[in-house]
Design a protein around this ligand. Structure first.
Ligand code: ATP
Length: 323
């Protein structure tokens, strides 16, 4: 192994920079060169790569986002697109690629590996829907951002007889919503994995007031069918019958933008260095993740096209603790 390329792909996640830094420095320690690919798979197909040295990745561990940029690159799903990437990797003398990203990105990494390129993935997405890692880079910081907002909304919710809704990201996975609900002390949680109805949510919030609570707050996952817009419209249409207002806050991309916290910096450092170790051992076509608390690898074959199921015990816990 002489030269590796590293890229970030899909949605950015706080901690991606720490992972780039770890890959670069761990590779350099082994005497390998590192090329940083700009703009994910789109940059790979266009051959946009620059040398990364230890000093180039200084001062980024505390920064959110990704210094390499990321992109959605649908063309990479075509064999022609991937062949262009294979050609560029050959032209740049790259021996292996590290792909930092979530589910879609790991599917892309797997497809590239099937084209004959040694590839190792690093588990990074705020959605935490990736099999092969107990938790992924960015989740913890996104949760902290959600909590900061929830805590503030609870203060104002306690001052008025108004219910609050906070919609968090997570695509079709309710993990972020359910842990934000538990840690934020929400009165109700709505996730894609458990069907509910707007009336049922209204009833749960009304019940919280009846139990003597000063506030009623529901955390909703963006992927739930009963999401912010459905619930907002329902409360507006049935305000008289429900008896109180619902104020809607959609956190959206604010959640991605935080400075990575200690947990994500450490996780990204371990997984980034773990990716280099895996390549040095001759492993490829694998995802590097946290497996039962340790850095471990799982073949991409076993994880692509699937998503990590939510532990429904967490949902039950959110319900019990909302009493
Ligand atoms: P997040 O869920 O955190 O936003 P992600 O990695 O799941 O991140 P996606 O947009 O799903 O983000 O995928 C990122 C990129 O991965 C796509 O733009 C595409 O270039 C590549 N990709 C996704 N699916 C495939 C596939 N089936 N084959 C080849 N490449 C793919």
């Amino acid at each position: 192994m002489k030269r590796i390329a590293v890229l970030t792909s899909g949605g950015d996640a706080p901690g991606m920079n720490a992972a780039i830094r770890a890959v670069t420095r761990a590779a350099q320690e082994r005497g390998w060169d590192v090329l940083g690919v700009e703009g994910g798979f789109a940059g790979l197909m266009a051959g946009r790569m620059r040398a990364l040295g230890a000093r180039d990745v200084g001062g980024i561990i505390e920064r959110g986002g990704t210094i390499l940029g990321t992109a959605r690159a649908p063309e990479f799903k075509t064999p022609e697109g991937r062949q262009r990437a294979v050609h560029e990797l050959g032209a740049h003398d790259v021996d292996a690629v590290v792909v930092i990203g979530g589910n879609g990105s790991q599917t892309g990494a797997h497809a590239l590996w099937k084209e004959g390129v040694p590839v190792v993935g690093v588990a990074s997405t705020i959605d935490n829907d990736l099999l092969g890692s107990d938790i992924t880079i960015g989740v913890d910081t996104a949760l902290d951002v959600a909590l900061e907002n929830i805590d503030r909304l609870k203060v104002t919710a306690s001052s008025h007889q108004r219910a609050f809704l906070v919609e968090v990201m997570g695509r079709d996975c309710g993990y972020l919503a359910v842990v934000a609900g538990i840690a934020g002390g929400a009165e109700a949680v709505v996730i894609p994995e458990v069907e509910t109805s707007p009336d049922r949510v209204a009833e749960e919030l009304a019940d919280a007031y009846r139990r003597g609570k000063a506030h009623a707050l529901v955390v909703v996952a963006e992927g739930a069918s009963c999401n912010a817009s459905t619930l907002g419209a329902h409360f507006k249409a049935h305000k008289e019958r429900i008896g109180f207002d619902l104020r809607v806050t959609i956190l959206g991309h604010v959640q991605r933008g935080g400075h990575p916290g200690a947990f994500d910096r450490l996780l990204a450092s371990r997984l980034g260095a773990g990716a280099v170790d895996a390549l040095a051992r001759g492993e490829q076509g694998v995802l590097v993740g946290l497996v039962r608390g340790q850095v471990g690898t799982t073949p991409h074959d076993e994880i692509v096209g699937r998503t990590k199921p939510l532990d429904l015990e967490l949902f039950r816990l959110a319900q019990v603790l909302a009493s």
